[in-house]
Design a binder for this molecule. Structure first.
Ligand SMILES: [Ca+2]
Ligand SMILES: [Ca+2]
Ligand SMILES: [Ca+2]
Ligand SMILES: [Ca+2]
Length: 572
């Protein structure tokens, strides 16, 4: 399914010209009420559809060049190394979230044998990246492989699921970037496994999320290469959890992701598994139906046997049909999967080769050996509406059959659906053994910045300055950043789909917790708008309710709650 939903042959597209005037009214704390447009927009849409109204709009059919990234590792205040023996060859996750409610995203970094670290974001708006280390025994933990942010108890303070070689810790957010251990409070047994992957979903009207911890090798005292099974915690009552369900067999999982892959309203749990150790395993998709025991999708139902050295998962709807494509990192060639058209089950076809996204060998350096890829992430780094793909790379440790110098990829999305390499031009070449990473707008200027954790070497940070310089950043295209809120306990509306129409294209991203390699983000969802100066946003909420298309202007931070769209302004 490769078609792009761009324009019809006349260069027009059916648009929604909601006759809604967005008169900003002051609202508490610098928030501005933009519109309460629900019924009005729907009525307008009906009218327009009846009239078969067409209007000319910017149709974006050309991708932009690479943005320029300026490395600020030495001055950003992050001095952190992921390190340790064999059990920390994998992991090295980066978590990104806002724990003091100022809209700026903090960074939590796994440390392996070193303590993990929480770095508070103090970057001036539009300025250089600047972080300050929070020294706190609650977040300075050893044996950490990765972490994922989510609000487990729905109190609007972000919590952290911290993965360890040993007992996993769940940390309850207290505000102001302080945390406390909450395993006991919530009844979550952290176990003693080697955990590198995590994902969460709210099943139906559940008051707390279902938490999945994916484990790697079993510790049988001699590391014989047996894979551990996994733990699935479902809420028990309203205050916590009881004993977990066991997901068995485990095949040495390094990344897991709850996703509504077929838009059925149900989120299933995908697992990517490291073939290096297993005898007869494969990639897995657990069907997770509320109230039922999870079970694996079978080959008879369309799931195909695939064996890779799975390290990370990224998903994004590349085809504009609302169903996310899935990128899986591995050693050698990486996979890009799309649901087969008219599939009745999870039947995927690999399109990595067609899209030039295999990224199987270093694009720079002097080796012919294949790559080792870890953290994948779809983001639009040059704000041109064509989503891009970052892939972190690095040798496991000293595997002679794989590239020793293995630079990270920045694959820029093109108008024909292919990707081209731009890491060199963008200025982010690094030959460190990279692991976890995140692309996030740390200085709130609308351009996504980059943090990359490296095994045994310093974590690196780059500021995206677009077409400009560090003194004078210059955006390449327009953009939107969107944050969701809803009543109840799933306050961040995990499981929603955020759709943006701009420049004749429809972009849609699922709000998920999980995937990547050992780390993820919670907060602003970023979209490039290219040269489009108007856009429409529609939220499909976790309960399946589809909101209206809402007209919005470019270059804004928006908070959307039910049918209210509020503008948020960064400080400074
Ligand atoms: Ca913050
Ligand atoms: Ca919380
Ligand atoms: Ca792009
Ligand atoms: Ca930025």
């Amino acid at each position: 399914m490769l078609r792009e939903l761009t324009s019809d042959s006349t260069g027009h597209y059916l648009g929604l010209v909601a006759g809604v005037t967005h008169t900003p009214r002051p609202r508490r704390g610098g928030l501005w009420l933009l519109a309460g447009v629900g019924a009005g927009a729907l009525a307008t849409a009906g009218l327009l559809a009846a009239a078969n109204f067409l209007f000319t709009a910017t149709v974006i059919d050309e991708a932009a060049g690479p943005p320029r990234f300026v490395e600020e590792t030495a001055v950003a205040g992050v001095d952190h190394v992921y390190d340790g023996d064999f059990e920390f060859y994998v992991g090295g996750g980066v978590a990104v979230f806002d724990c003091n409610d100022d809209g700026r995203q903090e960074i939590f970094l796994a440390g392996g044998a070193n303590p993990s670290g929480l770095y508070r974001n103090q970057s001036p708006t539009g300025g250089a990246l600047r972080f300050a280390r929070m020294n706190d025994p609650a977040t300075d933990l050893t044996e950490v492989t990765g972490a994922y942010p989510l609000d487990i108890d729905g109190d609007s303070r972000v919590d952290l699921s911290v993965l360890r070689h040993g007992e996993n810790a769940v940390l309850r957010g207290l505000g102001d970037c302080r945390f406390e251990r909450a395993n006991g409070t919530w009844g979550i047994d952290g176990g003693d496994e080697w955990t590198v992957s995590f994902s969460a979903t709210w099943e139906g009207p559940a008051t707390m999320p279902t938490l999945a911890f994916g484990n790697y090798l079993a510790d049988d005292g001699q590391l014989s290469g047996q894979c551990a099974d996994h733990r699935l915690f479902r809420p028990s009552g309203t205050a916590g959890y009881s004993a977990p369900a066991i997901l068995d067999p485990g095949w040495c999982t390094l990344s897991i992701l709850f996703s509504d892959w077929d838009r059925s309203g149900r989120s299933d749990l995908r697992m990517t598994n490291d073939r290096h150790y297993y005898r007869d395993g494969e990639e897995q998709l657990w069907r997770v139906e509320p109230g039922e025991d999870p079970h694996l999708w079978t080959h008879a139902e369309g799931w195909q046997r695939m064996q890779i050295w799975g390290m990370g998962i990224a998903s994004f709807d590349l085809g504009g049909d609302g169903r996310p494509e899935v990128f899986l990192t591995s050693q050698g060639d990486n996979k890009l999967q799309t649901l087969v058209e008219d599939a009745t089950g999870p039947e995927y076809a690999d399109i990595a080769f067609d899209r030039r996204a295999t990224a199987h060998r270093p694009f720079a350096g002097d080796t012919i050996h294949p790559s080792t890829a870890w953290h994948p992430e779809f983001q639009d780094v040059n704000n041109d509406t064509f989503v891009d793909l970052f892939v972190s790379k690095g040798n496991v440790e000293a595997q002679a059959d794989y590239a020793a110098r293995d630079p990270n990829n920045l694959l820029l999305g093109q108008s024909d659906g292919t990707f081209i390499e731009a890491a060199d031009e963008a200025g982010i070449i690094s030959f460190a053994r990279s692991r976890g990473a995140a692309l996030a707008d740390f200085n709130l200027d609308g351009m996504l910045d980059l943090v990359v954790a490296n095994r045994s070497q310093a974590t690196q940070l780059w500021r995206n300055v677009g077409a400009g310089s560090s003194d004078e950043p210059a955006p390449i295209g327009n953009w939107l950043a969107i944050r969701l809120r809803q009543d109840g306990t799933n306050v961040d509306a995990v499981g929603s789909f955020v759709a943006v129409r701009a420049g004749g294209r429809t972009l849609e991203r699922e709000v998920t917790v999980g995937g990547g390699h050992a780390g993820g983000q919670l907060g602003w969802v970023h979209f490039g708008l290219g040269t489009a100066t108007e856009a429409e946003v529609r939220i499909t909420w976790p309960d399946g309710e589809e909101g209206p298309w809402v007209d919005v202007g470019p270059n804004q931070f928006l908070e959307i709650e039910a049918d209210e769209t509020r503008r948020w302004r960064p400080p400074g």
